[in-house]
Ligand binder design. Structure first.
Ligand code: T1G
Length: 678
């Protein structure tokens, strides 16, 4: 059973009891309905209170049931909401916590609603590519003004109950949180004889006011989310509530819900909802795994990365020491903290001044004595093994026994780094992405000897600094950069065959990326990938790359910072202008190398780039560098801008079918630079 029944005198209390969020799966809905029918049949029961256990009333329909015939909004399932609304005794919703999606729709079908402060109220289905499919779009506008309905339904905005206190959504609002149930029971007793029993569906729709409200909202979403059908559908069905009867409006809602439910966008967004939570399931780590307390962090290196990393902790209220041999670097690091604090994802209620107060700058310290008591030290020094070796040998000598020693390396072998210490089980990789205080992704790199305790501690800490942490094994590039290397390679090979940078960028941006590979490279700095290719040409001499990126950098065209890269720029303007010089450079290079030029479709451009990602992702899974396919999707969404409504490279490959992908790769492997698809 996933509901409980308690009798309080003449009042029946039905408690939704399906941890962790009281999801309204079929068994829960069935239990609620059984207890409802029992309460309605008993002469000694005058009214019913419906509430939740713990901190949730209900988080909504069970997302995992979608695609089955059990789903909440399934037209072929008797609705517990109809049973409640048509009950011949008053049903009162006592909203005790999270009340979202189908949970709010359940409360809207009740005859009265009582709540307290601090309850998140939302219809966030749009974030899953859906819309409220159980009457929410037709009942809410009978209680709240339409502008708020549009914000709640089309944006998925979450409102705290106290911010809706004056609305008709709640019939009673209590201030003493401990007395919600007793107040609800008293309210039920007071209403038990009141007739007629008020039905939300029989209330008139609240006056819209602005006749242009719906059109203006559509214009916003056409611009804001051109790839997503759900927000516009939400507005359409909300508007239907003003044009049709409740029953007809419900039919329109149901049609729109089924349309969205079966759409690729919603499948992708539901996949990511589950994937973002699955990353926290780490092999060898469970609820019993010890998590060390991290009260003090130290960061070695006050460069762009070091300062950004430090900001994550300082802005989450964790004191952090920042070390750098050069006092000037520290000053620059502090300046970066001041300048970039506003964008820091981890900033909670801390002010910039409080964040700075959490930062202790230590210059010239080479003996690390001053940081020996730190619980976690993260090195963000120069990306050379010799430098890392010196740092880790010193840290091993100085740091207290329980300290965790982390490297921010993005390309070096963490297992080799761990061997520089006498405590390899305490060594881990924490690969932040630049700008480190902004990018949500954190790759936690698990060395062969990294202990589950150290893993659990870092995974727990990542939540405190508001990062999405994905565990990766040790290999060159871990998960994201390893895939990015194949993506950027294919992008350059497309230029060798006759594409222009703007054609490649436009094709992948029309697929949904915010920026194509060449605009991204100009933004990040073409010299960064240039340095990586130079290093790889030594470490992996057989690796095949296009020389175009090198030719570009040899002309000093590093991108926006030099006002010239794959594109031309004017001072102070980030607009990318196609470059005749680059076009000539590509043409000359391809002609010199005898590369056959051809017209390439946008579809091929997209498939070459996306299947390069998926193909490498598949190898990453085979090498056991990622724990699951959906982790790879989360990495590429959170760290590399893969469009969320496409679900990630692995999800997209599964959606189009791996047979199709393999057939395409087989064709590519017989074409230009085909050997790189092996
Ligand atoms: N269905 C299934 N599982 C859910 C779930 C849901 N609705 N919500 C959460 N979970 C799981 C989640 O996967 C995780 O699982 C655990 O609960 C804790 O979640 C007909 C069609 C409620 C604010 O979109 O926003 O109703 O990892 O880590 O941080 O119109 O969960 O432990 O295995 O997020 O405390 C609409 C989605 C559904 C709300 C709690 N409802 N959930 O946050 O916990 S569609 C939503 C959330 C619908 C109707 C339509 C949050 C939360 P695991 P968590 P949290």
């Amino acid at each position: 059973m996933s509901a409980l029944l308690e009798i309080h005198g003449s009042i029946a209390v039905i408690r939704i009891d399906n941890p962790p969020v009281n999801g309204l799966g079929l068994s829960t809905r069935t239990s609620i309905n059984e207890f409802l029918q029992e309460s309605l049949s008993r002469d000694d029961i005058a009214a019913i209170v419906l509430t939740g256990t713990a901190k949730a009333f209900s988080g909504g329909a069970d997302i995992k049931e979608f695609g089955t015939d059990k789903t909440f909004a399934s037209p072929n399932l008797p609705s517990v909401l109809d049973a409640i609304e048509n009950a011949r005794k008053p049903v009162i919703a006592a909203i005790n916590g999270v009340c979202m999606g189908g949970g709010l729709e359940l409360a809207l079908a009740c005859h009265y609603r009582i709540t307290m402060s601090g309850c998140p109220i939302a219809l966030p289905e749009v974030k899953l590519g859906l819309l409220p499919g159980a009457g929410g779009t037709q009942r809410l506008p009978r209680l709240l003004d339409m502008a708020t309905c549009i914000d709640m339904v089309s944006n998925g905005s979450i409102y705290l109950s106290e911010n809706l206190r004056q609305s008709a959504l709640f019939d009673s609002f209590i201030d003493d949180q401990s007395s919600l149930l007793s107040s609800a029971i008293e309210f039920a007793i007071a209403k038990s004889a009141a007739r007629p029993i008020p039905k939300t569906s029989e209330r008139p729709v609240v006056q819209v006011g602005d006749p242009n409200l719906f059109e203006a909202a559509r214009a916003v979403f056409h611009k804001k989310s051109p790839f997503l059908p759900a927000p516009i559908k939400c507005i359409d069905v909300l508007e239907m509530s003003t044009l049709h009867s409740f029953e007809d409006g419900l039919k329109k809602e149901r049609e729109a819900f089924q349309f969205l439910l079966n759409g690729a966008e919603s499948k992708a967004l539901r996949h990511i909802f589950v994937a973002e939570r699955a990353v926290g399931k780490i092999d060898g780590v469970n609820a019993e795994t010890t998590v060390r307390t991290i009260k003090q962090v130290a960061v070695i290196g006050a460069g762009t990365m070091g300062a950004g990393i430090a900001m994550n902790f300082a802005s989450a209220g964790i004191p952090v020491q920042i070390l750098d041999a050069q006092a000037a670097s520290l000053e620059r690091g502090l300046l970066r903290i001041r300048q970039n604090y506003g964008a820091t994802v981890a900033k909670g209620r801390l002010s910039q001044e409080q964040c700075e107060r959490n930062c202790a700058l230590i210059s010239g310290a080479q003996d690390y004595e001053q940081i020996r008591d730190a619980d976690l030290v993260i090195e963000a020094v120069f990306e050379q093994m010799e430098v890392k070796e010196e740092v880790f040998r010193s840290l091993d000598r100085v740091m207290k026994p329980s300290a965790i020693l982390a490297s921010n390396t993005s390309t070096l072998d963490l297992d080799q780094i761990a061997q520089f210490t006498s405590r390899p089980t305490d060594v881990i990789g924490l690969h932040f992405f630049s700008p480190a205080n902004v990018m949500e992704l954190l790759e936690i790199v698990r060395g062969k000897l990294t202990s589950p305790e150290v893993l659990a501690t870092c995974a727990n800490l990542s939540k405190k600094i508001k990062k999405t942490a994905v565990v990766a094994g040790v290999c060159d590039g871990f998960i994201g950069n390893r895939m990015l290397a194949q993506y950027t390679k294919q992008a350059a090979f497309l230029l060798e065959e006759g594409c222009t940078p703007q054609q490649v960028d436009r094709a992948i941006e029309n697929f949904g990326f915010a920026m194509g590979p060449f605009r991204v490279s100009d933004l990040a700095g073409n010299d960064i990938s240039w340095a990586i290719r130079k290093a790889r040409r030594i470490s992996k001499p057989d690796e095949i790359y296009s020389d175009l990126g090198d030719l570009l950098c040899e002309q000093g065209r590093f991108g926006q910072k030099t006002q010239a890269g794959w594109y031309d720029y004017t001072a102070g303007d980030r607009t990318a202008h196609p470059s005749a010089l680059v076009a000539n450079m590509i043409g000359d290079y391809s002609q010199k190398n005898g590369f056959k030029q051809r017209s390439i479709s946008d579809q091929e451009i997209v498939e070459r780039l996306i299947f390069a990602l998926a193909n490498e992702g598949r190898k990453i899974l085979e090498d056991k560098i990622a724990a699951r396919s959906s982790d790879i999707d989360v990495v590429y969404l959170k760290g590399y801008g893969f469009p969320r409504h496409r679900g990630g490279p692995m999800f997209y490959a599964e959606l189009v079918g791996w047979d199709y992908v393999d057939a395409a790769i087989d064709t590519f492997s017989r074409g230009h630079r085909g050997e790189t698809w092996a």
